[in-house]
Every structure is written in structure tokens, then in C-alpha cells.
Ligand binder design. Structure first.
Ligand SMILES: C[S@@+](CC[C@H](N)C(=O)[O-])C[C@H]1O[C@@H](n2cnc3c(N)ncnc32)[C@H](O)[C@@H]1O
Length: 179
């Protein structure tokens, strides 16, 4: 596997998106909006459960997640963006394989969840489309919560993906490979 590291940000990555895509993990809709501002993006599915569940954001009250959902609806109303309030796995089953041109994964960052999300959403992206996500970073003492690096690297190696590209211009880098 070849890792290419760019001094670019995820906003630069969003400029590479085109056609129909999905962001998995939307929170307040900040990055969904950046994606929608790219005129080459024809439609975005913004997917998030906005629900605290066992082991995930136990400290965040449901009321707060509900307010993030409302904020996302307002922020994204003027774009061709469909907000899907479902868990990642449930939402993935609504798409046929190869339906998407790109996906950006930024939901639960624990290893097993990232692994599941990559497996689920790679299938939904067409051959030649972009598979990407946030937080390709190791956080000291938080390995169990930050499984992104391990899950991405394993997938890329096991599936003989030639190039993994890292956008490290932000505090928290993004990753990308072409399916
Ligand atoms: C880091 S935030 C997303 C931030 C957003 N991508 C941005 O950059 O503006 C993670 C989000 O993932 C959602 N999430 C966590 N686990 C999820 C799951 N299994 N399915 C769907 N959404 C999930 C949370 O509700 C939360 O809003």
C-alpha cells in the first residue's frame, strides 16, 4: 500500500466530490454544507441517527442531539440534500450497491464501527468512486475510541487498494481511496 500525504484540507477533498454521495455522521451539518456548496455535487444524503446509544456519547443528552438535527435541517434546507435520520447500517440498506459516487465516513470512531462502516459503504460506491472519511489520527490513550487509522489501514491492505491519500491540512486529517 502506498500512502500519499497532502498538505490539503477536507474542504479541498470536498472539491473532488461530484454526482451523488453520502456523509455518514452529520452532527450539525457543517461538513455536509461544505460538500453541498460544490456545484458538481448533484445530491447529498446526510445520514445520522442523532441518537445517543450505549457506549457512544453517553455524556451527551438526547435533547442536544435533537437540537443538532434541527440545526442540520435548517442549515441544509437550501441544498439538494436529503437528511436521513437513521443508524448507518439501517440507512445503507436503503441504497443499491454502486449507487453512490462518493462517501465520507465520520460517525462512530471506534475500531469495530469504522470497520463496519467501511464495509457497508464501500459497497454502495461505484467502481472509480471516492471512499473517504474523517479523523485519520491516533489519539494517545484513546486507542479504543480512535480506531480509524487501524480500520482504514487494514481495509486498504486486505483489499489491495493501491493508494491511500491523507489530507493532513486540518487538525484532524481525512483519508481517501478510489474504489
Ligand atoms: C463527529 S460527528 C460528525 C461531524 C460531521 N461529519 C462534520 O464534520 O460536520 C459524528 C456524528 O455521528 C453520528 N453517529 C454516531 N454513530 C452513528 C451510527 N452508528 N449511525 C449513524 N450516525 C452515527 C453522531 O450522532 C454524530 O452526530
Amino acid at each position: 500500500m502506498k500512502i500519499i500525504t497532502l498538505e490539503k484540507t477536507r474542504n479541498d477533498l470536498a472539491q473532488e466530490f461530484s454526482g451523488i454521495g453520502a456523509e455518514i455522521g452529520v452532527e450539525q451539518g457543517v461538513f455536509s454544507e461544505i460538500i453541498c456548496l460544490n456545484n458538481n455535487v448533484k445530491k447529498l444524503y446526510s445520514i445520522d441517527a442523532w441518537k445517543s446509544y450505549r457506549g457512544y456519547r453517553d455524556h451527551v443528552r438526547q435533547q442536544k442531539l435533537d437540537s443538532f438535527y434541527e440545526l442540520s435541517k435548517m442549515r441544509l434546507a437550501k441544498y439538494n440534500c436529503e437528511i436521513v435520520r437513521k443508524f448507518s447500517k439501517e440507512a445503507a440498506s436503503d441504497f443499491i450497491d454502486g449507487a453512490l459516487d462518493f462517501v465520507y465516513i465520520d460517525a462512530n470512531h471506534e475500531y469495530a464501527h469504522v470497520q463496519d462502516d467501511i464495509m457497508l459503504w464501500v459497497k454502495k460506491v461505484r467502481v472509480g468512486g471516492i471512499v473517504s472519511g474523517h479523523d485519520y489520527v491516533r489519539r494517545k490513550g484513546q486507542d479504543s475510541f480512535y480506531g480509524v487509522v487501524r480500520a482504514v489501514n487494514e481495509y486498504v491492505i486486505e483489499n489491495k487498494i493501491e493508494e491511500l491519500v491523507i489530507y493532513r491540512g486540518d487538525t484532524s486529517p481525512s483519508w481517501k481511496f478510489i474504489k
